[in-house]
Design a protein around this ligand. Structure first.
Ligand SMILES: Nc1nc2c(ncn2[C@@H]2O[C@H](COP(=O)(O)OP(=O)(O)OP(=O)(O)O)[C@@H](O)[C@H]2O)c(=O)[nH]1
Ligand SMILES: [Mg+2]
Length: 401
């Protein structure tokens, strides 16, 4: 699973990335600080099943911090995007190629309006961040349209001379962009265009199709960053009135909290609404003041720094995923090595027990007989739709070699 962190230059993408992954990334108050994308591991946060089942767990594919399960996901911090990037302006193509493999996007905007459309610092409130949202959508749509356009006449010709259907052809063209056949079919359905008659599509209809395909295949939420700055809150209110999924963020605050946690100066779990200072004697007056400002101006007012909330929303709201814990031994909720609740999987809502078996191992999928859901201690069939935080044991016919 991959999330692309995108937006115009100087909005705090690398700060967000660094806070979420604790991987080093260059941060600077000028455009195009990032030239080559940074890649790192961040975490989706969910209440761990260990609390509810009252067991001491031994996580293997994820982490558990005092009853909070952290599941690793890949984050890609992209170079900033300026208007015309799809035609190669700025560092355009480098950025866009990085999001080919992204499952969803977090659009980092400077909600204070203190950065102009090219990423140069300006007075707070001078730039309207709502414009950034439109601009980025347009850039990605145009980039996608351009890729499709390259082969469009060939697609049209093949469609008319051969019997190969349009969705299959488009899927071939778009396979490098992690766009699936069902997403293509959904875009055709939503736009109500005639997939049998591509020659009849006007330029406008073609772009409409690509735009809808973008929304379906690269769903995006807005991280309204720099919420600590003047004029940020009124812009946030305006953004929230639009149809977007918006999360208020202060990447700088999260980075400070994560670094202090790393040094064991404070107790804080990403996404928490508060923290505790462990070793006040090791902090000087200005450090304590900075931490207290974060508590008062960010955590108390907004409930968190927003970084964890944005990553969680990308998986649980944009991609509609649930967390499941496969185990082998139902009594001890353990795997064959005796590790309790070892793995947490993120799977799309609607995934069945058998599909989960296939995800774990092809052979387990093939020899699936039934599954047992541990909470209700209920036997369930192959079509059972997994629910969030299900602990599930799969019973299979053991195949002999
Ligand atoms: N006030 C405030 N400043 C922030 C916040 N997050 C980042 N910044 C500052 O914004 C500037 C740009 O941060 P970067 O993380 O380098 O931005 P970027 O989007 O990666 O920039 P490019 O790589 O140039 O595209 C730096 O001066 C950061 O310290 C925040 O939450 N609040
Ligand atoms: Mg950067």
């Amino acid at each position: 699973m991959k999330i692309g962190i995108v937006g115009k230059p100087n909005t705090g993408k690398s700060t967000f990335f660094s806070a979420a992954t604790l991987a080093p990334a260059e941060i600077g108050s000028y455009p195009f600080t990032t030239i080559k994308p940074n890649k790192g591991i961040g975490y989706v946060r969910t209440p761990c099943a260990c609390k509810e089942f009252d067991v001491q767990d031994n996580p293997a594919n994820s982490l558990c911090m005092n009853g909070v399960r952290l599941i690793p996901v890949e984050l890609i911090d992209c170079a900033g995007l300026v208007p015309g990037a799809w035609q190669g302006r700025g560092l355009g193509n480098q950025f866009l190629d990085e999001i080919r493999k992204a499952d969803s996007l977090i659009h980092i905007i400077d909600v204070s309006g203190g950065t102009d459309s090219e990423g140069r610092t300006c007075k707070s409130g001078e730039h309207d961040p709502l414009e950034d949202v439109k601009f980025l959508e347009n850039e990605i749509t145009m980039w996608l349209a351009n890729i499709l356009k390259r082969d469009w006449s060939k697609v049209v010709r093949t469609a008319e001379t051969e019997s190969k259907d349009i969705p299959s052809q488009l899927e071939e063209r778009l396979s490098g962009l992690t766009i699936t056949r069902s997403q293509i079919l959904e875009a055709i359905r939503r736009t109500e265009l005639d997939a049998e008659k591509l020659t009849a599509w006007s330029e406008e209809e073609f772009l409409e199709f690509v735009n809808v395909l973008r929304q379906i295949s690269k769903p995006m939420l807005i991280a309204a960053n720099k919420i600590d700055m003047p004029t940020a809150e009124e812009n946030l209110e305006r953004l929230q009135k639009s149809n977007y999924l918006v999360v208020a963020c202060c990447a700088e605050a999260e980075l400070a909290l994560r670094r202090a946690t790393e040094k064991k100066l404070i107790d804080y779990r990403p996404g928490d609404c508060n923290f505790q200072i462990n070793k006040p004697e090791q902090l000087n007056e200005s450090q304590i003041k900075a931490l207290e400002t974060i508590r008062e101006k960010i955590l108390i007012i907004f409930g968190s720094t927003g970084i964890q909330e944005a990553i969680n929303a990308a998986f649980f709201r944009l991609l509609n995923m649930v967390t499941v814990y496969p185990v082998e031994d139902l009594e001890y909720l353990a795997d064959h090595k005796g590790r309790v609740l070892p793995d947490a999987y993120l799977v799309p809502y609607g995934t069945t027990a058998r599909q989960l078996a296939y995800l774990i191992h092809t052979e387990l999928g093939e020899s699936f007989i039934y599954a047992v859901e541990a909470r209700g201690k209920k036997r369930v069939g192959e079509d059972y739709k997994l629910k969030d935080r299900d602990v599930i044991s799969i019973v299979s016919a053991k195949k002999r070699a």
